[in-house]
Ligand binder design. Structure first.
Ligand code: ZN
Ligand code: ZN
Ligand code: FE
Length: 760
């Protein structure tokens, strides 16, 4: 006989782990007990030596698919007298390490939803031990019903019976409900009057006639309309004050996605995974979705219903919905019913709502697949708060993140917990929510940071927050944070070359960086190359007016006449003269090495928008123009100045401008993309020649460009380099907090304040 205590840590609460162990132990005739504790799940078992060994082996093999086991420790203890196996109350008082992300509705629960014979037929809150909301309804740990917003709903005898039955799918399911005992579902008028109707059906009727409704879902409110109705989609865009960015589309099922988009096996796997993110897919040419869903783009952000609430929105004649976050553009997603009524009421023809409180705001996550890798764009619902585990034990710290697309992160042990998407902190409401969420997160995860790690940009609200936090502070350079994030995700060891391209980040030389090549490891780095500096005319305003960069690159070039003509055509001559004076006098014209701005400038020179509604719009336009069948490449020169490689964007801009009269935009765009991939590869090869580093990280918002990433990846791999991207952690500034946490920790640990400072 043998008795042992087994501790299982990881994402093991709220996934049906205790019921699984209960059934496994009973099946083997073992005695003992199981309970949730501070670290995960804890159990004691007793029985024949051999049987106990088999139990321990099967525990790993047969664990619930959504569980992520971090560590299992087994310790033998003295035998006791006992009979049977029981599930005990959770160990109170101490907080568990890892709350689970929200889980999309499982197949069994979907079947029940569609089965007229089932007790939970068309039940919007259907869920079980393995599916349903988790993070967005959690108040504290361990994950038990009384610490969720389901605590208001007392189980009916039916549900309670299921909860108690070991052979039931809902055995010990913490969020189990049914139409008898669960939350109320309703349809109201725009001013909040509840109608005595079948809510789902009424919502569908409104949507079919071109209406817009607000839907209270899992992580917040959505605004929805029929994605085939151009007028409705345009109306949502207008009402929200939304720029030209594409809307995401929720499809009835996988068959409908496949009718409208190309889907690979891996993409299908991600679309149907429990995280149910939005996946960016290539749109089929004959797809009839409204043009205003994704103006001038060939890509669709597609996702599937992830709860019964969403399933109730579809039928045979309503198969695809624009689902956009319920808020005014730039503001945080709304989760509060009264705020929804006030802000969304005037925009909609009705509300589909319920009385289960959403405790944590959580936007839909966005990913893309490329070369069989998941590329993160926004990491939120379905992923947060799963931690990233690293190899080192971390100093307790708060990584404050960047200014836009912000996430923050907290550390505990070897775990880095990234927050959900916080948005652009320049927006006051977002910044307020950011500060609140940091407090919530600290409480939920029981983190007590001693340090605040921040960006070097003094004006980022996140930096200001760090400085005022009362914690010890340390700054991490923006692009090194991008790089460090990828190192953390992949546990890369040894030296790395980092190619980090984005719009802008504060440089160690107080200039605006964004086209950077680094080499090094740990907290010893060198900036080995970058784009040559050019003035950013009018500072940040240039981001919304890409033509300014186009003009800057060609300033003082031999193309004086044609450039004049080009400026004149858009009525920009006078404005440009003023900007030139400002540049000469050094007024509001900071120098930048930004690759994002190079893409902007090239797009503008080719007839893309002279002004854009959001950063990156011009670059997206340029990528979409590219004709892959076009041949050719532009000349470029890599100079070396004080041992630092530089590429002059002017050389390339001049050739692009000349080509306008010779070949079409599609061919020019393709040549330009190919040129960038080529100089990255040559640069990396030059760096490798002097350093012998073969690991390359590609990150930064510019690599959201699918074509550029493809070309670069291919050509680097062909040269024998090993290429890394940050995977599900966003390549854009949403991934900054992770890198800050990783590198910040190392700097604190080793007492380093200047990572570019030389040998360490
Ligand atoms: Zn389920
Ligand atoms: Zn019930
Ligand atoms: Fe960035």
């Amino acid at each position: 006989m043998r008795r042992c205590v087994i501790l299982i840590s990881g994402l093991v609460q709220g996934v049906g782990f205790r019921p699984f162990l209960y059934n496994l132990a009973r099946e083997k005739g073992l005695t003992g007990w199981v309970r949730n504790n501070f670290a995960g799940v804890e159990l004691e078992i007793q029985g024949k030596q051999k049987v106990v060994a088999v139990f321990i082996a099967e525990l790993r093999l047969k664990a619930p698919s959504t569980a992520v086991i971090d560590e299992i420790t087994v310790t033998d203890i003295p035998l006791i007298k006992e009979s049977g196996f029981t599930i005990l109350e959770s160990e109170p008082g101490r907080l568990a390490g890892s709350p689970l992300p929200d889980q999309g509705i499982c197949d069994a629960c979907i079947s029940e939803f569609h089965d007229p014979e089932d007790r939970r037929y068309q039940y919007p809150f259907n869920g079980c031990t393995i599916c349903g909301p988790r993070f967005t309804i959690i108040e504290g740990l361990p994950f038990d019903r009384e610490r969720t917003s389901m605590n208001e709903f007392i189980l009916c005898p039916y549900c309670f019976q299921e909860y108690l039955s070991p052979d039931n799918r809902r055995f010990h399911a913490q969020t189990v409900t049914c139409p008898e005992c669960g939350p109320q579902f309703w349809f109201t008028t725009p001013d909040g009057k509840e109608l005595r109707v079948e809510p789902g059906q009424t919502a569908r009727e409104v949507l079919k006639t071109g209406g817009i409704i607000a839907i209270k879902g899992i992580g917040g409110y959505h605004l929805a309309c029929d994605a085939f109705n151009d007028e409705s989609v345009s109306r949502i865009r207008r009402l929200k004050g939304r720029d030209n960015r594409a809307f995401a589309v929720m499809f009835k099922d996988m068959a409908l996605i496949k009718e409208n988009c190309q889907v690979s096996a891996l993409e299908e796997g991600i679309l149907t995974a429990f995280s149910r993110p939005i996946v960016l897919l290539k749109q089929e040419i004959d797809s009839q979705l409204a043009k205003s869903v994704n103006p001038n783009l060939r890509e669709i952000g597609a996702f599937l219903p992830y709860s019964g609430i969403h399933l109730s929105l579809f039928d045979e004649r309503l198969t695809a919905l624009v689902m956009t976050s319920g808020n005014r553009s730039e503001e945080p997603l709304i989760i509060d019913d009264r705020a929804a009524l006030k802000i969304l009421g005037p925009m909609v023809d009705g509300f589909l709502g319920h009385n289960r409180r959403i405790l944590w705001r959580c936007d839909d996550s966005v990913v893309r697949v490329q070369k069989n890798n998941v590329i993160g764009i926004r990491r939120s619902r379905g992923y947060v708060p799963s931690p990233v585990k690293v190899n080192q034990k971390l100093t307790p710290l708060l990584a404050c993140g960047a200014g836009q697309k912000n996430t923050f992160a907290l550390t505990k042990g070897k775990m880095i917990y990234m927050s959900q998407h916080q948005g652009d902190l320049d927006n006051l409401a977002s910044f307020t929510a950011y500060k609140e969420n940091i407090e919530y997160f600290k409480n939920l995860l029981d983190c007590k940071p001693q340090w605040a790690v921040h960006d070097l940009h003094p004006d980022y609200p996140s930096t200001v927050y760090a400085v005022q936090s009362g914690l010890k502070t340390i700054g991490v350079q923006h692009h090194l944070a991008h790089l460090a994030g990828a190192i953390a995700v992949h546990s890369i060891t040894g030296p790395v070359i980092g190619v980090i391209f984005d719009g802008s980040g504060y440089g160690a030389d107080y200039r605006i960086w964004g086209g950077e090549f680094f080499a090094g490891e740990g907290c010893m780095w060198q900036r080995v190359g970058h784009l040559k500096y050019y003035p950013l005319p009018g500072g940040e305003a240039a981001i919304k007016e890409p033509w300014r960069m186009g003009a800057v690159y060609l300033r003082n070039s031999s193309l004086h006449g044609p450039v004049e003509e080009w400026l004149h055509r858009f009525n920009l001559t006078h404005k440009w003269e003023q900007l030139c004076t400002a540049i000469k006098m050094g007024i509001n014209s900071p120098e930048t090495s930004s690759m994002g701005r190079l893409f902007d400038g090239i797009a503008a020179l080719l007839g893309g928008n002279i002004e854009v509604s959001y950063e990156g719009e011009a670059a997206i336009w340029l990528e979409n123009q590219a004709d892959p069948s076009a041949k050719g490449i532009y000349d470029y020169r890599i100079d070396s100045q004080d041992g630092v490689f530089q590429i002059d964007p002017r050389d390339i801009a001049i050739q692009v401008f000349r080509d306008r009269d010779l070949i079409d935009v599609g061919a020019i765009s393709m040549k330009f993309h190919r040129t960038v991939a080529a100089f990255i590869t040559e640069m990396v090869t030059k760096i490798q020649a002097v350093s012998d580093i073969r690991q390359v990280v590609l990150s930064g918002g510019v690599f959201q460009n699918r074509l550029l990433l493809d070309l670069t990846w291919d050509s680097l791999t062909k040269k024998g380099f090993q290429v890394f991207v940050p995977e599900i952690v966003p390549v854009n500034d949403g991934g900054i907090s992770l890198g800050q946490a990783w590198l910040g920790d190392l700097m604190i640990e080793r007492g380093v304040t200047d990572v570019f400072g030389g040998s360490r």
